[in-house]
Design a protein around this ligand. Structure first.
Ligand SMILES: Nc1ncnc2c1ncn2[C@@H]1O[C@H](COP(=O)(O)OP(=O)(O)OP(=O)(O)O)[C@@H](O)[C@H]1O
Length: 372
């Protein structure tokens, strides 16, 4: 799949931009703060309806403008179709083939995107919520049903936590409603966990050989799911449900005492090991970067496995950060099969081969010029 063209209206520092892209490699060169990340972000937002760097949609609208719009044309499964995301003070709308999609789960997945940016190092060394976000975004873009269960889970979790706070203040109150919420929460949690386990197994299968390749055979990567309850990857949703029911029964009074939900997918984490050592704690910068890169490359293959087409790859300011060996490993992996966007402040750090095959754009203050 590839994105044929994009039009931005009042998006960040772009007043108006219309540009067609190359099917293979697009290199975007510009000084700092000219709009490179904003353009990558716009492609990401077109896929996910939200930004990778801010939860606040309002920031995407150009200052002083009433609305901001991203329109794109994507080629996938032998068809070209339009996508559109509009932000205004009334909220956001996402359209597929000019028709508004009320549910995110019906929109996300129309276009698949993998982004690799400097902040992806946080995937390894950041907080557990960064890793959960990675999981949720990646599973969600190939499995709309996962987005549905996650949305329901989050909604019920919020209500359950509010009720727990209330019960904390009045411990004699009737806990019947709490049990209703608990049952609903377990229904969604068990499916979320089952899907995460299946995804993890596939991710591991792809990421391990990739990591070994990038590290020239010196490093073995392993990934564990660190659950807040005693479940294991071989369990299906029914078995997970039984474990969760037992836990929630046992901890009910403790949860009331604390006024919050103590276990569930929102408390889980992933642990990465390189040669049996926890990379988050013991890994060097280089090992952490290689781990993040292996995960991203694995994701590309995984999406291909699930969707039957390669996703669009956004490399924002990371290519020149990689050493020559990792850079060529990355480029060899994607060569010719993945539409790739590379942003950089200078072409100096990027292998000549890549540049010679690419469509080159320069960017200045929200204006993009096609060089060839
Ligand atoms: N909502 C907005 N409206 C208008 N301009 C904005 C908005 N949000 C950010 N900007 C501007 O966009 C510019 C930043 O662009 P961007 O983050 O794409 O930089 P970049 O080219 O990737 O630079 P770097 O190499 O430093 O990462 C800044 O000048 C910032 O002030």
């Amino acid at each position: 799949m590839y994105i044929e063209e994009i039009t931005l209206t009042h998006y960040r520092n772009y007043d108006q931009l219309s540009v067609s892209f190359d099917k293979k490699i697009n290199v975007i060169i510009g000084e700092n703060a000219q709009g490179k990340t904003n353009l990558m972000e716009a492609i990401y937002v077109l896929a996910f309806t939200k930004s990778h760097r801010t939860p606040r949609d309002k920031e995407l609208i150009q200052w002083d403008a009433e609305y901001g719009k991203i329109e794109g044309r994507v080629f996938k499964r032998n068809q070209s179709f339009p996508l559109e995301v509009i932000f205004s003070n009334k909220g956001k709308k996402a359209k597929f083939n000019h028709i508004e999609q009320k549910r995110l789960s019906e929109y996300i997945g129309a276009m698949n995107v993998v982004m690799f940016a400097p902040e992806d190092l946080n995937l390894v060394k950041g907080s557990p919520s960064e890793r959960r976000k990675f999981f949720d975004m990646e599973i969600g873009q190939t499995q709309p049903i996962y987005i549905y269960h996650l949305g329901q889970y989050q909604r019920i979790l919020k209500e359950r936590n509010a009720l727990l706070k209330e019960l904390q203040r009045q411990p004699q109150a009737d806990p019947t409603m709490l049990r209703v919420y608990t049952d609903q929460l377990i229904d969604h949690a068990s499916i979320i966990l089952e899907r995460r386990f299946l995804f993890l197994q596939k991710l591991r299968n792809w990421a391990q050989p990739i990591h070994e390749g990038i590290s020239r055979g010196y490093e073995q990567l392993n990934i564990d799911y660190d659950a807040s309850v005693d479940v294991s990857e071989d369990m299906d949703s029914e078995k997970i449900k039984i474990v969760l029911e037992e836990y929630f029964n046992k901890i009910e009074s403790k949860e009331i005492e604390r006024g919050t939900t103590l276990v569930g997918p929102h408390r889980d984490d992933l642990i990465f090991y390189v040669n049996d050592k926890n990379v988050q704690t013991f890994g060097s910068q280089g090992q952490q970067r290689t781990t993040a890169l292996s995960l991203k490359l694995a994701e590309i293959e995984l999406i291909y496995e699930e969707v039957g087409e390669y996703p669009i790859l956004l490399l924002d300011d990371v290519l020149s950060e990689l050493d020559d060996y990792r850079q060529s490993h990355l480029l060899n992996t994607i060569q010719g099969k993945v539409q790739t966007f590379v942003t950089t402040t200078s072409v100096d750090g990027i292998a000549h081969d890549t540049i010679s095959q690419a469509e080159i754009f320069t960017i200045h203050n929200g204006y993009l010029v096609e060089e060839r």
